[in-house]
Design a protein around this ligand. Structure first.
Ligand code: FES
Length: 105
């Protein structure tokens, strides 16, 4: 797993929340957004749909659409506006293709 993008400097005493990211068991803290929980363990939430660059969110408040992720069931969620829950199974790539869905012509 990549080096974490976020460093937690406050509220470190909250209860841990275990979840999976790309099949790996990791943890965030109770009350974290998915974005915070993921980026305190990894340096990105997905690969760009426009290039092979890695994305890690931008606005952190639900406006930019840069933090879409997927569940292992294939549902898409916005990481900055979704709270981490115990047992969540998240992916940085789509379950079907391993890439962002392409537009249909
Ligand atoms: S980081 Fe901008 S919508 Fe989530």
């Amino acid at each position: 797993m990549s080096k974490p993008r976020f460093v937690r400097v406050a509220e470190t005493g909250r209860a841990p929340v275990r979840f999976r990211l790309d099949g790996r068991e990791i943890s965030g803290l109770e009350g974290d957004s998915v974005l915070t929980a993921v980026l305190t363990n990894a340096n990105h939430v997905r690969t760009s749909e426009f290039s092979n660059g890695k994305r890690a969110g931008f606005c952190l408040m639900g406006a930019c659409q840069d933090c879409w992720m997927w569940t292992e069931e294939g549902d898409r969620l916005r990481a900055c506006t979704t709270r981490i829950e115990p047992g969540m199974a998240l992916r940085t790539t789509t379950p079907e293709t391993g890439t962002w869905p392409t537009t249909r012509s």
